[in-house]
Design a protein around this ligand. Structure first.
Ligand SMILES: O=C(O)c1[nH]c(=O)[nH]c(=O)c1I
Length: 312
């Protein structure tokens, strides 16, 4: 069955991407993802201008035997130049998404100016939803600042760009963020990032399980699937068709992928479960999705993408 997607001028021959931050910090990680035949493209760890160590360990913990994850990595990355060098070091047979996350308004602008002025011709994703930089808010929860940043960005940035959003939990917030995003020539929206500032406790030790922020961290994995599905559905219904959708959050099976496609996702990305299963998960997800499509008599994802039924 035909399982492909298009974002702007980029054709994805497979529907699967890594979620930024998982299995994508090093050039080796990115090559492993690239070499897997079931990945449609690759996404880098969000980059800052300079290399960052990130928060102190322990900063990641698996919850309830892999049903979820909590992380407060703190944006550890090798810096923009490292990822640009990698992306300019060879030609790629799949689309690449360079993720960036400045820790200030000015850093976000400078990151994008350097990308605009570079020879990089792939896709860029502005991460507006990192929940773990101590003392910094998740930008996309501040609608005015989000509008201000995007207004400034589109004065000079002419290459393909999308945004990574945090989960919203209020229908009015979906209306507000969609109203802002619809004003800009965005290629895509990627929803959701981790559910910010959760807390996990070890009953034995009567302690939190990660060190940064007194144990508070972003929640991912299966337990955030309902939130991811809702955000993709709500944003798809509100965003103009030219803004394509990457569905992220809690994918562990082909059924979850099918559900995201029904909600309108063009592509999906996998984080927590990728960290557990390594890139071979993409082969599993693709064969599970294909089996569901064959069983239902679908020959192309276009026959059911975005066609989630309500109960009339
Ligand atoms: O702590 C991180 O590095 C991190 N962790 C996340 O769960 N989402 C993000 O966007 C980031 I930049």
């Amino acid at each position: 069955p035909q399982m492909t997607a298009q974002i702007g001028n980029f054709t994805f021959k497979h529907l699967f991407l890594n979620a930024s931050g998982v299995y994508c910090r090093t050039k080796q990680n990115l090559d492993d993802l690239l070499d897997n035949q079931a990945t449609g493209g690759i996404v880098t760890k969000s980059a800052t201008l300079r290399s960052r160590k990130g928060n102190p360990n322990p900063r990641y913990h698996s919850i309830l035997n892999g049903a979820g994850s909590i992380n407060s990595m703190g944006l550890p990355n090798y810096g923009l130049q490292y990822y640009l060098d990698y992306l300019l070091s060879k030609s790629f047979d799949k689309p690449t998404i360079l993720s960036v996350a400045g820790t200030s308004f000015d850093e976000n602008i400078e990151l994008l100016k350097q990308i605009q002025d570079s020879d990089y011709q792939g896709m860029t994703e502005l991460n507006l939803s990192c929940p773990n930089v101590v003392g910094k808010p998740q930008i996309a929860y501040d609608f005015e600042t989000t509008n201000k940043i995007l207004t400034e960005v589109f004065k000079f940035f002419k290459k393909p760009i999308g945004v990574k959003l945090p989960p919203y939990f209020d229908l009015n917030h979906f209306d507000q963020i969609a109203k802002i995003l619809n004003q800009f020539p965005l290629d895509h929206v990627n929803s959701i990032n981790s559910v910010g500032n959760g807390l996990w406790i070890d009953i034995e030790t009567e302690s939190v399980v990660i060190k940064p922020k007194k144990g508070f961290g972003g929640i991912g994995g299966k337990m955030v699937l309902p939130t991811g599905l809702a955000n993709v559905r709500a944003l798809r219904e509100r965003l103009k068709p030219s803004i394509k959708m990457i569905g992220t959050g809690g994918i562990t099976s082909g059924k979850d992928v099918f559900a995201y496609l029904l909600c309108g996702a063009d592509l999906v990305s996998v984080g927590t479960q990728l960290g557990i299963e390594s890139p071979k998960i993409f082969n599993r997800l693709e064969s599970e999705l294909a089996a569901i499509m064959v069983e239902k008599g679908y020959t192309s994802v276009n026959e059911f993408r975005g066609k989630l039924k309500s109960l009339e």
